[in-house]
Ligand binder design. Sequence first.
Ligand SMILES: Cc1cc2nc3c(=O)[nH]c(=O)nc-3n(C[C@H](O)[C@H](O)[C@H](O)COP(=O)(O)OP(=O)(O)OC[C@H]3O[C@@H](n4cnc5c(N)ncnc54)[C@H](O)[C@@H]3O)c2cc1C
Length: 400
Amino acid sequence: MTLPVIIAGAGPTGLMAALALGKQGIPVILCEAEPGLTHDLRAGTFHPPTQEMMAPYGVTQRMHETGIQVRRWQIRDRRSELIAEFDLGLLSDITPYPYRLHIEQHRVTPIQLDIIRKETEVDVRFGHRVMGFAQDADRVRVDVEAESKPLVLEGSWLIAADGGRSTVRRVTGIEFEGFTYPEQFLVVSTPYDLGQHGYAMNSYLSDPVEWAAVFKVPDDGPPGLWRAAFPCHGERSDDELLSEENVETRMQGLVARPERYDIRYKSIYRVHQRVAKDFRHGRVLLAGDAAHLNNPVGGFGLNSGIHDAVNLSDKLIRVWRGDADDSLLDRYVRQRRATCIDEVQRMSIRNKRLLEERDPAVQRQHLTELVAIANDAERARKHMLETSMISGVRKAAEIA
Ligand SMILES: Cc1cc2nc3c(=O)[nH]c(=O)nc-3n(C[C@H](O)[C@H](O)[C@H](O)COP(=O)(O)OP(=O)(O)OC[C@H]3O[C@@H](n4cnc5c(N)ncnc54)[C@H](O)[C@@H]3O)c2cc1C
């Protein structure tokens, strides 16, 4: 079989799969609908296992040139300040990266692309939108729209890394099970240093109405930007939510100051908890947001996409070369789907609930429990192994 692997989508997941396959000499065509890499504001946290997985490709090292190493993260209560703090340095005996690396997604994808271009033969095609596919026993024919003209590409396998609204997933008919939160999320960035008010560079604020997630990203260089995500309840238009007054009010609610905030970026988005019922449809494999979506509290979405890409590529290389039969790909599905449901969905839903709990007694109970975990070295370590995704990756590796 000499047909290439076709990948739909040059987001972090598709690029990682292209890099992993391309480095092993597997022919790859990477089709991206947009004319270039997308630059919208999205993920910015890379957990230890993700850094470990990207390291053999030289991506992690390049990310460290501008990324911020964040060892401590906090749970705070909007009224009574710091509740609990966790220090990832405690995991330095099991990972060379005992910290979250903060760097914007749109600064990482150019690194991935640069390495692909310099070190592989991957055929990267921007302006190529995957519209559908047909498959038989030994190939998949992928319908592409390239500069408004139809094109058919033949491949051995098709990886759907075309994001949450995946066209490929829709064509497979695979159900995207789960739910969408009623509220939207407002994300705001400012150069104002929230660290001077005691915030760790990754902090979660619990509050029944005004909960928030705060983290620092490098931007173009020092002083970097502090990014805050807030829930937006009720029926208000995007324009109202993004209005200067609303954004200012939310930021003043976070840290009150006499001056107005210098706002560099603001965006609004909807959040889902969904996992595809299957990650495989014959010769089509789903990965990244095309396969699963979760809320951003905990920073698991992009990390999971990278984990998918690396896990799938390892197996696909063996299948493509004829060293393993294609049932190995079902193991990818078993491992990654279980992790998405048992770890990522569970933790991200739990994290959001913890922050937004409306019953003061229940909230107090949750927060007291967190303090107890933080004050008990063994429990704190277990909690950090879980929240840094190390436990999930280990458990997945054990799934046959
Ligand atoms: C506001 C926001 C904040 C987030 N914060 C975090 C965070 O802190 N931590 C975290 O881990 N995750 C976070 N996420 C999630 C994270 O951004 C995604 O999980 C990540 O982008 C998934 O990467 P992906 O490559 O699977 O999909 P995407 O990044 O969506 O990439 C899909 C690519 O496919 C292309 N495409 C789409 N359709 C087609 C088609 N038909 N043919 C060809 N190409 C196509 C798109 O143009 C895009 O380039 C956040 C998401 C949002 C929206």
